[in-house]
Design a protein around this ligand. Structure first.
Ligand code: TXA
Ligand code: MG
Length: 336
């Protein structure tokens, strides 16, 4: 199959025809298909190599479409839609009966969000359909934040990609909030922070990040899968500059080639075989935006181990920390 770079109208026509199309959003690129068609949705799983028991997020371009997707909208969800849509917040709500089980992996709930990227909104409105879309990467790779990432993973496996999408503004997947619990529970931290949610609806819980346990009934099905980890093992290092440098030298003394991931301001502070930077600690949004691109880039270097410096862990830093923990398979080295 040839993957065509298409404009809004052609992309919408492909979606209406039951084909799979990648499109930019403000978080990461999505891989979309008509959420009302089991056949169309099954093509997403095939292209990504995604396990069929991991449910998809349904994207809408207008509130009227909620009717097709969910059966009930609690007051807290309504308040959050008013505050954060369109934007990087996915709400888990009771599903509409007709949603195919391929979308929800057989759960009685469905994830729904209205993205704010102008091209995503234009496409959703032109197609006039709720669009199921996971991140547009091959399962097990970092989520794509640029058109080239999507093509690297999926060229030849999908009908189209919406062209001129640029680099994803946020760079990390949406906050996922389960609105069927009391209080609601953050299943995945993202750019809409816990404090921002609490500012609108009061207390929310956070599901602890667990090491992949393979548990049979995980709260967020996505949690049980092995997430992206670079091919060289990555460890997060928390401590002083001297400690970080000693860790690098120690590995090199064992004959290892060491890659490091640090903030821009620390580019010249350390000696290592490969030094990659990812944004500045003065503005965590720059780290979020660049993180997945840096992880993809690390895989292109011949290195044996990766050390990543710790970044602030509050606000948007919570989402960054969550993704780093997954990528490092929870290896954290603390000084002292
Ligand atoms: O920012 C995003 O959310 C991007 C863009 C494309 O919108 N999409 C995305 O989709 O990250 P995906 O499939 O890579 O991640 C969806 C997450 C998974 O962890 C999945 O298990 C969870 O949301 N999820 C979906 N439906 C759910 C449900 N009904 N109950 C609990 N978790 C659900
Ligand atoms: Mg994903």
């Amino acid at each position: 199959m040839q993957t065509k770079r298409v404009g809004i109208e052609e992309a919408a026509a492909l979606l209406k025809n039951g084909e799979v199309v990648a499109f930019p959003t403000e978080t990461v690129y999505g891989l979309g298909a008509d959420a009302t068609s089991a056949v169309a949705v099954s093509k997403i799983f095939a292209a990504k190599g995604r396990p069929s028991d991991n449910p998809l997020i349904v994207h809408i371009g207008a509130l009227e479409q909620l009717r097709v997707v969910v059966s009930e909208i609690p007051d807290v969800a309504r308040a959050l839609m008013d505050a954060f849509w369109p934007g990087p917040l996915t709400l888990i709500l009771p599903k509409q009966e007709n949603m195919p089980r391929e979308v929800t992996a057989g759960l009685s709930t469905v994830g729904v969000r209205m993205p704010s990227h102008p091209l995503a909104l234009a496409l959703l409105r032109e197609a006039g359909l709720p669009i199921a879309a996971p991140s547009a990467n091959v399962s097990g790779r970092p989520s794509p934040t640029a058109e080239q990432h999507v093509l690297d993973d999926l060229e030849g496996k999908i009908a189209g990609i919406l062209a001129e999408g640029g680099v994803a503004e946020i760079g990390l997947e949406s906050t996922v909030l389960d609105c069927t619990t009391k209080p609601p529970t953050i299943l995945r931290p993202g750019a809409v922070t816990k404090a921002e949610l609490e500012g609108i609806i009061g207390a929310v819980d956070t599901l602890e990040v667990q090491e992949d346990s393979g548990s049979l009934a995980p709260k967020s099905p996505g949690m049980k899968y092995k997430h992206y980890a670079p091919s060289a093992p990555m460890t997060i290092v928390r401590g002083s500059e001297i400690f970080f440098q000693q860790v690098i030298w120690e590995a090199q003394s064992q004959g290892k080639r060491v890659g490091i991931l640090v903030a821009e301001e620390n580019r010249d502070r350390y000696e290592a075989d490969v030094v990659l930077t990812c944004g500045t600690k003065r503005d965590l949004s720059t780290i979020a935006r660049r993180l997945y691109d840096a992880l993809r880039e690390l895989d292109e270097h011949a290195i044996d181990v990766i050390y990543c410096e710790g970044f602030p862990e509050t606000g948007l830093g919570e989402a960054i920390w969550n993704r780093l923990l997954k990528a490092s398979e929870h290896r954290v080295l603390e000084e002292g």
